[in-house]
Design a protein around this ligand. Sequence first.
Ligand code: KIV
Ligand code: ZN
Length: 512
Amino acid sequence: MADKLIIFDTTLRDGEQSPGASMTRDEKLRIARQLERLRVDVIEAGFAASSNGDFEAVQAIANAIKDSTICSLSRANDRDISRAAEALKGANSGRIHTFIATSPLHMEKKLRMTPDQVLEQAKQSVRFARNLVADVEFSPEDGYRSDMDFLCKVLEAVIAEGATTINVPDTVGYAVPELYGQFIKTLRERIPNSDKAVWSVHCHNDLGMAVANSLAGVKLGGARQVECTINGLGERAGNCSLEEIVMAVKTRKDYFGLEMNIDPIHIVAASRMVSQTTGFVVQPNKAVVGANAFAHASGIHQDGVLKARDTYEIMRAEDVGWSANKIVLGKLSGRNAFKQRMQELGVVLESETELNAAFTRFKELADRKSEIFDEDILALVSEESVTQDKEQYAFVSLSQHSETGERPQAAVVFTVAGKEVHGKSDGNGPVDASLKAIESIVESGAEMVLYSVNAISGSTESQGEVTVRLQNSGRVVNGVGSDPDIIVASAKAYLSALNKLQSKAERLAAQG
Ligand code: KIV
Ligand code: ZN
């Protein structure tokens, strides 16, 4: 039997740490369901002790997801570990992931602890966690910048205490592939009980090498778990990207010789869901999930692909959830065609009610847009799931007037806790006027730190997808909206960001 590579997804924990990427419990649950469809082995659902909101999210995911192991992060102390264990109680298979920093810099400046104290705390935390669950992962934070002798001592001790997975983070993205691979290999060779644990890699992308480093950790170092996120979401330059790791190991099976449980057909839908939920747009030239990843623009390439696909294609777009024929549905398409197309795209709606609601929105869109592309369907379904939550603010309608030489005017109708309100304003442009019209009622005082528009399927007929990032009292959130009218998409995105600011404020208030 070929060796197996464990895929550990941390979109909902490390990915969420990215400023503005925070997600509600329901959003996390929806993404966890998609990760389960993707057959991810381990889902790191959050950091249960960090907030009540995170505790509830881990708990909800542990109760709902049955096929993947559910993991909670926890600092190396009894309180954090007990909270993690409690949140994981309902899981079919639960894991506690405990960590403490081991690099000289982190121990001295951040923890203000001596190496001996860190060693003791690491041992004690793993011992404590093993009394609560059988599956315990230990991470030496900033492991890659730690002293090799000290790291060996800590890791040998925690394996002796019962850690079942040892994860070696390159916390600041400093590693280069050959050295990182060698680092893992040396650890495994020098630690006498290293064969008692699964070795895992966790790389950040500050130098753009997270995927390369992780693959070196697997190939040269012998690691058998990769920690990664959908779209490479994560703080600063992000984490190792799940779709790139999976497709590299799959496409180059001749080299890696590893099996995975992953079903790649669900990759594009997962990517779309994460970008729609967090507002982190996927760059067009991103490998595997970028809009151009399988587009052949040059005549020579197109000619080659038409004659024999593998002249320029190493993977099949449809294998990761892109469709082979791009024009999909129109006004006359029925419910069955819609359902089938969604299945082909790897989108599974939970119930008939969800399907019906999505189909109604599809019909409304088809009335306004003659050709509906896969990207439209994926945007529509993600937005459908987002708007199912009970929200404080919801878009109703908008009118605006702009004319050369005149100051644009806008009037926006929306609901606040179910009650319809009307806002009016002028502005520098129609988008500015519309958002000011909303603000004239809400008076959030939030500062806009990012506004971006993206054409979902590439032409002026396309839907516009708008991302708005707002900042208020130290909180940063992203809102996303899509519509063929970019002014409406902007108003939806703004309202969605206000909803997130509101729910974040409520979560913080609940924590006291
Ligand atoms: O990057 C890191 O060090 C982490 C650990 C907490 C695993 O995310
Ligand atoms: Zn990390």
